[in-house]
Design a protein around this ligand. Structure first.
Ligand SMILES: [Zn+2]
Ligand SMILES: [Zn+2]
Ligand SMILES: [Zn+2]
Length: 1001
């Protein structure tokens, strides 16, 4: 008696054409083509009309290479935001951007052009840069699209586009006309051989031999003010430098405010300057005392950092120097010293970059020859005038040289000046030690000569510029920027303090670069006074020119064609015929200025964004989000804030979110040399873009994110499980027509109602997490729901009902109604993350009239549409049922291990429960058998909770395998339970006759 095949054929097993094997690398490109055919991005814009706006303004990646994982993370997160906002009922356009100007591209193009560049006119060089950037704009665009990111990819914004360049210049003029811009000095790397400024990236470190000198500076202010023990003593500090040629520019000595300094008493009467040529040890300073009397003369006192004192004593041969006093560096602020050979007072200043690694802890400061020195000089009002010319010749400061003949270093190149200056130090008795130092030193990348720092004229935006608040009260630009930071929501919250500190302490913004690939600072400078012509009408004319012809026009349009007939310099009153008294400035703007005005060039100007962005600026409740890596507090968040505060008096965003770094599993940065990189394009090609997306969703992006082949494979495993859940859901919807078969909520079976309540709860949570950008919580909750609620529970216990009940029975339609609602909810809830798969599932769902062509045009489910009741009480009740179920499963498993029973259906459960729990079980009695997956349940009221497993009574039904009180023959089929028999009747399956019987007819 084996009824199997025929009887099995009467079961309603899941059936769907939805493939289990995803074949993502092959199928994703086909889906992209489908979206392109649908013109999905345009359809989304149409659908969004009239909805409240949500603007995610894209921070432009630099267009100089293929995507790396950081890009994929960045764009993936943005895509989650845009898609989830769209599905939550917002109109959320996404205009991606590219940062195109700047040195990395110019250097690459330089390398490609080689010497040819020198003969090329500027526009030809710009063309080459433009082509180079465009190549990577196109590549990155195709790669971002491959990952399933939606956006206006056919028309991204580019900082090198004509209109963008025109807006950048317009923004600069805005600063200029509002009085934020000034020209001033700033030290930059300078090659005296090529006579040009060098960017940091154009400097290479090579070995170089420099003179290393220790020089004493005599204290001229009151020593007692530093420490009582110094009263009446001859006090010096000691500086150490490897660039003696900068000593004529020495204006200050910097001390660390928090370091301990010591005053070392030596017993020499002596003159310093007991130096020797390199190699040989210096004579000890105390030699005079040693050969002298028993009573040592009180010698000079030297102030150096306590930590460095032993090494300074050794290097300068200070002999038996004794600590006379000890004090904090902060006490040395505004002390004064005598310059070693010039008639100049040297100021004691404080600076936290002073280190205790080498030197003396007292740092010679020449504001015109060092970046740190320059900013320290700014803080103390020191003059940064540079007396080294473009070819590296030093010129004496006439204010500090009162001798008839010029000093020997006057007019000498810096390297030639070194020995001359050392000799002057020796002569003045201020040289304590001198030797040679072989060290790593910056060199020019072109000519390989050592470079210097040299203050040159640059363009600045002044942070202390006076401005007015919206209410008309007066403040400074810096202060207003800080006040605006406070109005922004920073996520994570520490971002606020970070950017506030940066704005509070930053120096003025140097916006000029001596390069070509960028937006020129298109002004005319007066040859007489070096100030720009201030003429708003002229500025408009040049902006129009840029709009028509791009930044190249600055190089190709003659001065005469632009200047008015008799231009006047407002600064000095100079009037000359055009082209004679004014020259074009060819410096370009800092690229951070370019991208920093994207709110102006794009958000405020682009037809797709401007209405919503203007509404944001007018405080009409439109959110504007900036979402980038954590380094952008120094970069794009920062420059965008400064430009918007200056030009619009407000922050350019309402929300700023920052992502951590992508690291390997050991927490190391990814690098070629370690070979630990994960290429998102390669993952997309091998495993699927969906796997990259799932990885982005898997970790809280606010932290650093680990990535590796291993983790990607794990995401692929998770993906397979989710896909399988969708396949089972779709399979169980076979034969279900929502219009015809949907069971009203009030008639659903209790288990099904519970699952709807769970789905409502999930929907509420997931929507809230999307709103808070907690994508990793969405990821975990959806996984748990698929694995725990669906696969291990609901779908499992439903098998009996779904497979053996009559397909059209209320009980089965009740389950199908809920499975359908779950699938409809889930497919929408995962669509922002699993964009390819959700859209695929969408096509296999039962047809509903008016359904959107893509899941991405649909909206998230409303919780109350999923389940109309407040689910709290119901869920609470089921929590208790699950406690019973969990206990039953453990018990059944134990019995199975002991071989007392086989499958759950071979068992019956006897449950004894006290009072309330008994009442609960009684209320749910009809469904207990199903959720406990046994053939029989008996409940008893008792004083404590107990549970026992017994073999099921009755007989095993050959069709449904339940043990039933009564089984009988159904035609030729033996042992069919009464429940199955009525199901078969309902299905219109007549009791089959034996073959012989049939043939007998
Ligand atoms: Zn050079
Ligand atoms: Zn002038
Ligand atoms: Zn049965």
């Amino acid at each position: 008696m084996s009824p199997a095949p025929e009887l099995k054929a009467t079961l309603t097993l899941p059936q769907t054409a939805f493939p289990m094997k995803a074949n993502l690398p092959q199928n994703e490109p086909l889906r992209l083509a489908r979206w392109a055919k649908l013109d999905l991005y345009a359809e989304l814009r149409k659908a969004g009309q009239g909805r409240p706006a949500y603007i995610l303004h894209d921070g432009p990646p630099y267009a100089n290479g293929p995507l790396h994982l950081g890009h994929a993370l960045n764009k993936g997160l943005k895509d989650f935001v845009v898609k989830s906002k769209t599905m939550a009922g917002f109109d959320s356009p996404y205009v991606p951007g590219y940062d195109c100007h700047g040195l990395p591209i110019e250097i690459k193009v330089d390398e490609q052009l080689g010497r040819k560049k020198l003969e090329m006119p500027a526009p030809a060089v710009l063309d080459a840069c433009r082509a180079y950037a465009q190549k990577y704009v196109d590549l990155q665009t195709s790669q971002f699209e491959r990952l399933g990111c939606f956006g206006r990819w056919d028309k991204p914004y580019k900082t090198m586009a004509r209109d963008y360049e025109a807006r950048t210049l317009e923004a600069f003029y805005g600063f200029l006309e509002k009085g934020f811009v000034y020209r001033g000095l700033k030290p930059v790397y300078w090659c005296i051989h090529d006579r040009t400024a060098l960017a940091e990236a154009e400097v290479e470190y090579e070995m170089h031999t420099s003179p290393s000198v220790y020089v004493r500076y005599k204290l001229t202010s009151d020593p007692e003010a530093i420490h009582p023990a110094l009263a009446g003593r001859e006090v010096y500090t000691i500086i150490w430098t490897t660039t003696p040629w900068t000593l004529p520019a020495s204006l200050a000595v910097a001390f660390h405010p928090d370091f301990e300094y010591v005053a070392l008493a030596t017993n020499a009467s002596g003159n310093a300057g007991h130096t020797t040529t390199e190699g040989a040890p210096s004579l000890p300073l105390s030699s005079a005392a040693r050969v002298g009397e028993h009573e040592p003369q009180p010698g000079p006192v030297y102030i150096v950092a306590a930590e460095l004192a032993p090494s300074v004593v050794a290097a300068c041969n200070l002999g038996e120097a004794k600590e006379l006093a000890r004090f904090k560096g902060s006490l040395l602020e505004r002390t004064t010293f005598q310059h070693p050979f010039l008639d100049r007072s040297i100021l004691g200043v404080l600076a936290t970059y002073v280190t205790a690694d080498q030197g003396t802890g007292a740092v010679h400061t020449a504001p015109s020859h060092g970046a740190d020195d320059f900013y320290t000089g700014q803080r103390y009002g020191l003059d940064p005038t540079c007396r080294v010319d473009a070819s590296g010749r030093i010129h004496v400061d006439p204010e500090a040289w009162h001798h008839q003949a010029p000093p020997a270093f006057d007019g000498k190149k810096v390297w030639a000046a070194n020995p001359i200056i050392i000799a002057m130090l020796e002569e003045s008795g201020t040289l304590l030690a001198s030797s040679d130092l072989h060290h790593s030193y910056p060199h020019c990348w072109r000519c390989h000569h050592p470079v210097i720092f040299r203050a040159t004229e640059q363009w600045f935006i002044g942070l202390e510029t006076p401005v007015e608040r919206a209410d008309g009260s007066k403040t400074t630009y810096r202060q207003l920027a800080i006040e605006e930071i406070d109005k922004v929501v920073w996520d994570p919250a520490w971002g606020k303090e970070r950017i506030t500190n940066m704005i509070a302490t930053r120096p003025d913004w140097c916006i000029s670069r001596q390069r070509i690939w960028g937006v020129p600072i298109a002004v005319f400078l007066c040859e007489n006074c070096n100030q720009p012509i201030m003429d708003a009408a002229l500025n408009r004319k040049i902006v129009d020119l840029f709009d028509r012809e791009g930044a190249e026009a600055w190089h190709t349009t003659p001065t005469e064609a632009l200047l008015p007939e008799n231009p006047v310099c407002k600064s000095c009153g100079e009037v000359r015929p055009p082209g004679h008294a004014f020259r074009k400035e060819f410096d370009i703007l800092d690229v951070w200025f370019d991208s920093g005005v994207s709110w102006f060039a794009v958000a405020e100007s682009d037809p797709d964004l401007k209405d919503a962005y203007t509404a944001f600026q007018n405080n009409e409740g439109v959110p504007v989000l900036y979402l980038e890596g954590g380094d952008q507090h120094r970069g794009w968040f920062h420059s965008s804030l400064l430009t918007s505060v200056a030009l619009r008096g407000r922050a350019p965003y309402s929300n700023v979110s920052t992502a951590g770094w992508t690291l390997d599993e050991q927490g190391r940065a990814m690098s070629k040399s370690l070979g630990n990189g994960v290429d998102p394009v390669d993952i997309a090609n091998r495993l699927g873009g969906e796997i990259v997306r799932l990885w982005v969703a898997s970790i809280d992006f606010r932290e650093d994110m680990a990535a590796s082949e291993n983790l990607m494979q794990r995401c692929a495993d998770i993906y397979r499980k989710l896909r399988n859940t969708f396949k089972i859901l779709l399979g169980n919807l076979n034969g279900f027509d929502p219009v015809r078969d949907r069971v009203p909520e009030s008639e659903l079976l209790p288990l099904d109602r519970y699952m709807l309540a769970r789905t409502r709860e999930l929907t509420e949570k997931v929507r809230a997490w999307y709103a808070a950008f907690e994508f990793h919580r969405v990821y975990h909750a959806v996984n748990d729901f698929a694995v725990v609620d669906l696969s291990s529970f609901y779908i499992d216990v439903l098998k009996d009902r779904m497979y053996t009940f009559a397909p059209t029975s209320l009980a089965r339609r009740s389950a199908q109604t809920v499975l359908w609602q779950i699938t409809e909810a889930l497919v929408r809830l995962v669509a922002p993350i699993l964009s390819f798969t959700a859209d695929e599932v969408w096509e296999y769902l039962p047809a509903v009239e008016g359904r959107e062509a893509s899941v991405h045009l649909a909206q998230f489910p409303n919780p109350e549409d999923v389940f109309s009741e407040d689910p709290t009480k119901l869920l609470e009740e089921w929590k208790q049922l699950f406690v019973v179920r969990d206990a039953a499963l453990v018990l059944l498993e134990n019995e199975r291990q002991a071989k007392l029973i086989g499958k759950g259906l071979e068992a019956q459960l006897k449950i004894t429960a006290p009072g309330k729990l008994f009442d609960l079980l009684k209320r749910h009695f009809a469904g207990l058998k199903e959720i406990l997956n046994v053939s029989e349940v008996q409940i008893f009221e008792g004083t404590s909770s107990e549970m026992a497993v017994l073999p099921a009574s009755g007989h095993k039904c050959a069709r449904c395998w339940n043990f039933m009180p009564e089984v009988s023959a159904y035609g030729i089929w033996e042992n069919v339970c009464t429940r199955c028999q009525s199901a078969l009747k309902e299905m219109g399956i007549a009791p089959p006759q034996s073959e012989s019987g049939e043939s007998a007819q």
